[in-house]
Every structure is written in structure tokens, then in C-alpha cells.
Design a binder for this molecule. Structure first.
Ligand SMILES: CC(C)(COP(=O)(O)OP(=O)(O)OC[C@H]1O[C@@H](n2cnc3c(N)ncnc32)[C@H](O)[C@@H]1OP(=O)(O)O)[C@@H](O)C(=O)NCCC(=O)NCCS
Length: 331
């Protein structure tokens, strides 16, 4: 029997703006220390955009790199999905801005808002359009400019986040590699633990919303931490079990990079060895929808991503949103 048509990742491109915000820089901005930040989060630096650079710009750079790797032009794309919580503006969608810049004439697309789970959610959206036979070339991008919604006087949030983007091309395959299964879940009761309350239809921008800092990220760090550790492991274990795998079978666990302690605790719950886990939060901080493709790229640069490898992606984010994806690396 021939293998069924699956979707696969056929190219990967990433982009982080060159300007760095180090722990030493933050020591001069808020009451904190390099020691506290590194011990509590695992972060040493973040990449931050210059004024005038937005999510669509990072997305375009990442997508261009993915297209170049595949030797393709933007005009061959059929759909573009962009995961972001920091779109250039409410509308038009970032996907439309990227479509225009890539010259992807005839392609369609939209933005996906699922915060730190955004990339894995967008990945499944892209994969399903390919598996259904509707499309053969889909670009999935995670891009966030978190520095645009961070209060740089709030030491509890400003040390965590950074800017960055990653893009993958999704195409059909029948060689047994590609996407295997996914497990997604939302728990909207967690919405109050991590949000940006201002600027939407509930609290449109006014002088008061600005004065009350409602256009910045607000979070209950400990509530998010506990939920993330529990759900990252639970979703991953359930996904592995229903596909007949155990943690031992995984070549690489590529988790959302929110806090090194969340990653390490999740990996312990899964029973993974250090060499199975990808961590690059020290270099980028939490780039929200950008972390997983950036981590895949780090693994690749370290020579840890090989064709046929069983890869487990997992994320937890604002919502709360939970997402886990199982795939075999296809090239
Ligand atoms: C935010 C986070 C790093 C805080 O770490 P924590 O160990 O939970 O710290 P707490 O919030 O309990 O604060 C402990 C103390 O450190 C202080 N603190 C907070 N940020 C600090 C900083 N940057 N530097 C120094 N001290 C800091 C707090 O004020 C508190 O002081 P107190 O005991 O005098 O009140 C951690 O909760 C976290 O990573 N949560 C998850 C956030 C996340 O992942 N968000 C994105 C979702 S995908």
C-alpha cells in the first residue's frame, strides 16, 4: 500500500533583528540583575527591532529565507498564514502585507491569534490545507514584535520577551515523513492570567487606557508558569501515547521558549534526556510565535535535525492555548 499524502515542512527560514537588549542593559533600566534574570528565566539577551520595524517586516525576512532555501519564488505560494499577537495593525492582516511584499500574486491568507501557541496552530492550519489536496505550497510564519507591547518599567515582564520570526514552507509528501498528529486545547478561563487589555473593542484606546498602561502585556507569572509546566507535559504525553510512541522514541523535543525552568520541568515530566531537548532562550528570550521555528533553526545549526527524525513540538500560551505537534523531519 502506498503511503498516504501527508504534509511536510520542506524549508525553514528565520530572522531576528540585529540589535540586542542584554541583561546588563536591563540592569540600567529596572531594578534587576543579570544573576536574577539568568537563574529565574535562562535568558541572557533578546533581539529588539528598531523604530519603524514591524511584525510583517520580520515575517517577510523569514519567509524570504525559507523560499531561497527551497529555490522558489513568492509567486508560487498558494496561501500564507501568519501567527502573531503583534500585527502591524488590526487590519489589514499581516498575511496581506507579507503577500504583497513577497509578490505572492494569487495567494490568500490570514492571521492567527493564539499567542505563544500561534506557530503550532498556524502549522496545523497550513498542514490541513495541504493534506486535503487544496494546496501544494503554503507558507506558515510566526512573527512577533513583543517590544511593541512591553512596559520597559515593569521588571516582571520586560526581562522575558524579545522580537523574532520564523517561517516554514509546507508541501505534500508520500515518503512516510511529515506531520503525524497534533493535540490542541484551549482553556479560556486562563484569559485573565496573561493579556493586553487595551486597544480592542472592549477598551478602545483613550488617554485613560494609555495612562493605565493597558496597551502593555499584563501577566500573573506564577499562574502561567504552573499551567505551562503541567499542560506542556500532559499534551505531549497524550499525543505520544495515542500514536504508539514513548518519550524515548523522540529525537528532539522543541518546546516554546518561555522560561528555561518551564522547559526543564516539562522535559523532566516527559522523562527526556538533555540531548533530546532544544533550548535557545538564552539568545532570544520569549519571541511568542517566533520561538519554535527559531529553536528548529538552532537545532539545525547544531546538526541535530536529520531527515526521518521524530520531532515533538509543544507550546502553551495566553488564552490559555495549548498545542503539541508530532512530525518526522522530511529533508
Ligand atoms: C515571570 C517569572 C520569570 C517570575 O519568576 P518567579 O520565580 O515566578 O518570580 P515571582 O513572580 O514569584 O517573584 C519573586 C520575586 O522576584 C521579584 N522579581 C520579579 N521580576 C524580577 C526581576 N526582573 N528582577 C528581580 N526581581 C524580580 C518579584 O518582585 C518578587 O519579589 P518579592 O518576593 O519581593 O515580591 C516567572 O513567573 C515566569 O516565567 N512565568 C511564566 C511567564 C511566561 O512564560 N509568560 C509567557 C507565556 S508563554
Amino acid at each position: 500500500m502506498p503511503n498516504p499524502i501527508r504534509a511536510k515542512i520542506s524549508a525553514l527560514g528565520t530572522f531576528a533583528p540585529p540589535r540586542l537588549l542584554t541583561n546588563a542593559d536591563l540592569e540600567k533600566m529596572v531594578e534587576t540583575s543579570d544573576k536574577w534574570i539568568y537563574e529565574r528565566t535562562g535568558i541572557r539577551q533578546r533581539h529588539i527591532v528598531d523604530k519603524g520595524v514591524a511584525a510583517s517586516h520580520l515575517a517577510y525576512e523569514a519567509a524570504t529565507r525559507a523560499l531561497k532555501e527551497r529555490g522558489m519564488s513568492g509567486s508560487e505560494l498558494e496561501a500564507i498564514f501568519v501567527a502573531t499577537v503583534t500585527p502591524d495593525m488590526f487590519f489589514p492582516a499581516t498575511a496581506c502585507l507579507v503577500q504583497d511584499r513577497l509578490g505572492a500574486k494569487g495567494a490568500w491568507g490570514y492571521d492567527i491569534s493564539a499567542a505563544c501557541s500561534g506557530f503550532v496552530y498556524a502549522l496545523q492550519t497550513g498542514a490541513k490545507f495541504v493534506e486535503s489536496g487544496a494546496h501544494k505550497k503554503v507558507m506558515v510564519i510566526g512573527s512577533d514584535v513583543m517590544s511593541s507591547i512591553i512596559d520597559y518599567t515593569d521588571r516582571a515582564t520586560c526581562v522575558i520577551f524579545g522580537d523574532g520570526a520564523g517561517a516554514v514552507l509546507i508541501e505534500p509528501t508520500n515518503d512516510g515523513n511529515g506531520f503525524i498528529d497534533f493535540l490542541h486545547e484551549v482553556d479560556g478561563s486562563g484569559g485573565c492570567s496573561l493579556n493586553m487589555p487595551g486597544g480592542g473593542s472592549l477598551n478602545p484606546a483613550t488617554h485613560e487606557t494609555v495612562d493605565r498602561k493597558m496597551h502593555f502585556v499584563h501577566q500573573d507569572g506564577q499562574a502561567v508558569f504552573k499551567y505551562a509546566v503541567r499542560k506542556m507535559a500532559e499534551a505531549s504525553l497524550a499525543l505520544l501515547a495515542r500514536n504508539g510512541f514513548t518519550a524515548k522514541d523522540i529525537s528532539l523535543f522543541v518546546p516554546h521558549q518561555a522560561n528555561k525552568r518551564i522547559i526543564v520541568s516539562s522535559a523532566e515530566r516527559l522523562g527526556l534526556r538533555d540531548d533530546q531537548v532544544v533550548i535557545n532562550i538564552d539568545e532570544y528570550g520569549n519571541t511568542t510565535a517566533g520561538t519554535i521555528p527559531l529553536a528548529l533553526d538552532t537545532a539545525r545549526q547544531q546538526g541535530r535535525l536529520k531527515k526521518g527524525d521524530l520531532i515533538l513540538l509543544a507550546a502553551v500560551g495566553a488564552g490559555f492555548t495549548v498545542g503539541a505537534t508530532l512530525l518526522r523531519w522530511a529533508y
